[in-house]
Design a protein around this ligand. Structure first.
Ligand code: AMP
Ligand code: ZN
Length: 471
């Protein structure tokens, strides 16, 4: 079955055609490690994880590179202002190298807790300075650069299709609006490839280069590292929508000017997670982390379930209420799945059960249609409620779907070390139905019955959680 992806380049859904049959090269812009990643960042990383899992589900051998930005990202996203890493260092009193290590460690832990499959390789910008210098040399040799008092710049007027990804209206760009400029820039959209260390000041991160001591501009790392590991042209490149007008636009300019080839075939961008006050961002200083939601009593996978419920190209307005709803729905899902797993274990030899084609196709159709995860979740619930499927068939379908969903549904739902028995789950479900039907007397009776059987039920807004009573 075809995989359809919405390509920002062209602004339309297109059938995914890989460069090499059966293989997919994927590059996703990773974290800037001057602070913790917030749940907005993780919404983007989760969308990228769904994409990768879908490619794998369809049989692709995926080579996935994700960078870790530990140098060069300035607070403006352009070429002015402080280096985010140096700013983080001043804030925390640690060296830039220490904060890079510290925040990378936290990012990796959170990503793991969210069941995000690690990339084939994480590439740290500071590990590939030579490759970045080589690419700037390439651009220099081809006449795309010029030097100002603070760095080596890319002359965007030398490319006749600069800004094609963002459909930038170059003429219409107001000076000082979206991109800040230095007065020495020849064109408003020109950007730094290499920044010189300030005179009379030693930066914590600086390197020798043919143009003088300094550090790479932010965009060049992705061009240089993707080229090293995925080649001059590769299949898919992702990030959040904020990357369209500057970062990805400039990656395309550098890579295509240097190689003379098309850089990337499919560009995919995730919409923001926002709060009432607007986009969640690290620069605002206050933001929600995975640890924050854990402290409030949610599991990281509750957040994953929440993200599955909104299409990646739609804004996700975060609130504690919608996380509550996601948690409740997810706990109902786990209860139902556990019941199915128990039944399947009891009644069938699982090896005999088939994977019903129709349901599997419905699921594949949903995920292959530009990652329609809300629809995929609806298919999953449909399977759970389908009375014509045996428990073993359901279990096999759920296990298969979970390769994409990543919700640990293929594992037994345990309280402590114990699997919750089916008869308990049945009563829990019966009680949820009773409560929904406002039959509170029956609900109370069933709660008592569960208690007698050694289980405690904790009510949630839209469901319930069951725990073994520990004596
Ligand atoms: P950064 O660490 O700032 O380089 O961002 C890492 C990734 O998170 C990038 O792909 C950004 O586009 C993305 N991102 C930043 N803020 C948000 C947000 N509020 N919602 C979703 N994605 C975001
Ligand atoms: Zn990038």
């Amino acid at each position: 079955m075809d995989i359809i992806l919405f390509n920002t380049l062209g602004r339309e859904k297109q059938v995914f055609k890989p460069i090499i049959t059966g293989k997919a090269g994927l590059y996703t812009c990773g974290p800037t490690v001057y602070d913790y990643q917030h749940i907005g960042n993780f919404r983007t990383f989760l969308f990228e994880d769904f994409l990768k899992r879908i490619l794998i589900y369809n049989g692709y051998d995926v080579t996935h590179i994700m960078n870790i930005t530990d140098v060069g990202h300035l607070v403006s996203d352009g070429d002015e202002g402080e280096d985010k890493m140096e700013k983080g260092s001043a804030r925390t009193g640690k060296t830039v190298w220490e904060i890079a290590e510290y925040y990378t460690k936290h990012f990796l832990e959170d990503a793991k807790a969210l069941n995000i499959i690690p990339p084939t390789k994480y590439t740290k910008a500071t590990d590939y300075i030579n490759e970045q210098i080589d690419m700037i040399k390439c651009l220099d040799d081809k006449g795309y650069t010029y030097i100002t008092s603070d760095g080596v710049y890319f002359d965007t007027s030398k490319l006749n299709d600069y800004g094609k990804l963002a459909k930038l209206d170059i003429e219409g760009l107001e000076e000082g609006s979206r991109i800040q400029f230095s007065t020495e820039k020849k064109n408003k959209t020109d950007f730094a490839l290499w920044k010189f260390s300030p005179r009379n000041e030693k930066r914590q991160m600086e390197w020798e280069s043919p143009w003088g001591k300094g550090f790479p501009g932010w965009h060049i790392e992705c061009s240089a590292m993707s080229r090293k590991f995925l080649g001059d042209t590769f299949d898919i490149h992702c990030g959040g929508i904020d990357h369209i007008p500057i970062h990805h636009t400039n990656e395309i300019a550098q890579s295509e000017a240097c190689t003379g080839k098309m850089f990337v075939h499919y560009w995919m961008h995730g919409a923001f997670l926002e709060e009432d006050s607007g986009k969640m961002s690290k620069s605002k200083g206050e933001f929600l982390r995975i640890e924050t939601i854990i402290k409030k009593g949610y599991a990281p996978l509750d957040f994953r379930y929440l993200c599955l419920g909104t299409h990646y190209r739609k804004r996700l307005l975060f609130s504690w209420e919608i996380l509550d709803q996601a948690k409740a729905a997810f706990s109902r899902l786990k209860l139902n799945v556990q019941q199915i797993r128990n039944d399947a274990k009891k009644n069938f030899d699982q090896r005999d059960a088939s994977l019903p084609k129709e349901e599997k196709e419905k699921f594949t159709q949903a995920v292959n249609d530009d990652l329609n995860m809300p629809q995929a979740i609806a298919v999953l619930w449909g399977v759970i409620r389908n009375e014509n499927l045996s428990s073993a068939e359901k279990k096999n379908l759920i296990d298969s779907f979970d390769r994409v969903l990543g919700l640990d549904l293929d594992k037994d739902n345990k309280t402590g070390d114990e699997i919750i028995p089916s008869e308990i789950l049945e009563i829990v479900n019966e009680r949820i139905t009773a409560k929904k039907g406002k039959d509170f007397k029956k609900a109370d009776e069933l709660r008592g019955k569960l208690k007698d059987m050694g289980y405690e039920i904790v009510d949630k807004k839209d469901g319930a959680e069951v725990k073994k009573i520990r004596s």
